[in-house]
Design a protein around this ligand. Structure first.
Ligand code: SAM
Length: 328
């Protein structure tokens, strides 16, 4: 672990300089912490590995990459359970050798590989599932790369640490009675890389005299959409708008023939086209095809995070991870 990272979180802990130096020397002496490691080695318990694979809906057609793969248990478990291919990278060469031996032993060496490599210079574009058990500030350093280098629909699964204001699409708490730090439970977070749906979209619903033109201008922050809408040149209310990979959902309430009519749209974004259906909650309710075209592209916002400053680091987690290392 880099000296500046250690000192960062020591400052967060607010401990005395003497203690800081002792802590630094202790961490440097711990086995399994390579000199350039950004995160100490703490293995994910087997029940949490299972939950990560389940939440990420990992299957035989996936390609899984574990960033900071330790003894390789996540990649190996996916290959054993589902025949999933993939690789792990770790900065610690001894852990990489251990993972390679374990893959041989468990008969999955033809499906998986492990490399001694820094995760920050690892090509992740091939992943359909990316797993991580890192630290909050490492997740945040990776965040822009995840959102720009991974394909829409790729599942990102993180053990214990979130992505600040990029809220997860799903989350599960797993009991871990033997956890060596914090409360006896683990959090597992799932994000699905959103397609970019920002911009101006137009479509028409209905036929003949009943036909109406719709226009929606969407702004996008991560997977959340907001913006404004018009139906037949009248303003309409836009809500519940979000992406899940390439899938888009949005609701509109439009004033039509003197009544508020709710529309629930769901479809898929492919380039500058959306195809899907809409449920129009009028009397009688009807389901129609939805085909929209993007006439002007927008930019997805990947906000700078308030948490990138060192003082957001959950000091107890870091301290206790290190204490856990000491116990190993
Ligand atoms: C908390 S452990 C997780 C191990 C494994 N993914 C698991 O869940 O059991 C984090 C791992 O990241 C590795 N690591 C830390 N910094 C790294 C970096 N910059 N590049 C690659 N690996 C790194 C550590 O050596 C350690 O094995």
């Amino acid at each position: 672990m880099r000296l500046e990272n250690r000192l960062d979180f020591l400052c967060v802990l607010g401990v005395s300089l003497r203690l800081c130096v002792r802590f630094f020397l202790l961490a440097a002496a711990l086995p399994g912490i390579a000199s350039e490691a950004d995160v100490p080695y703490v293995p994910t318990p087997a029940n949490v590995v299972d939950t990560m694979l389940n939440l990420g809906k990992v299957g035989p057609d996936d390609y899984l990459i574990d960033l900071g793969s330790g003894d390789g248990r996540i990649v190996i478990a996916a290959a054993r359970r589902f025949g999933t291919r993939g690789f792990g990278v770790d900065i610690d060469g001894a852990l990489v050798s251990e993972a390679q031996r374990e893959a041989q032993k468990q008969g999955v060496a033809d499906k998986v590989a492990f490399y001694a490599r820094n995760l920050f210079i690892t090509d992740i574009s091939k992943a359909s599932v990316l797993t991580m058990y890192l630290l909050p500030q490492v997740n945040l350093r990776l965040r822009p790369r995840l959102l720009t280098e991974l394909k829409p629909g790729t599942r990102v699964v993180s053990h214990d640490f979130d992505m600040d204001n990029w809220k997860p699409d799903d989350r599960v708490t797993v009991p871990v009675p033997e956890k060596p730090y914090g409360e006896p439970k683990s959090e597992v977070y799932l994000w699905i890389i959103p397609a970019n749906a920002a911009g101006t979209w137009r479509w028409r619903l209905g036929a003949g005299a009943a036909a109406r033109d719709y226009e929606v201008v969407l702004e996008q922050t991560f997977q959340i959409l907001s913006g404004r809408a018009t139906v037949g040149a009248q303003p309409a209310q836009l809500g519940n708008a979000r992406m899940r990979g390439e899938a888009i959902e949005l609701a509109l309430v439009a004033r039509i023939d003197g009544r508020d009519v709710r529309h629930e749209f769901s479809g898929r974004v492919s380039g500058d086209a959306i195809t899907g259906t809409v449920a129009v909650r009028a009397a009688p309710s009807q389901r129609l095809e939805w085909n929209a075209k993007r006439v002007a592209r927008g930019k997805m916002t990947i906000e700078a995070s308030a948490r990138s400053a060192p003082d957001f680091v959950p000091a107890h987690s870091l301290r206790e991870i290190y204490i856990a290392q000491e116990w190993k």
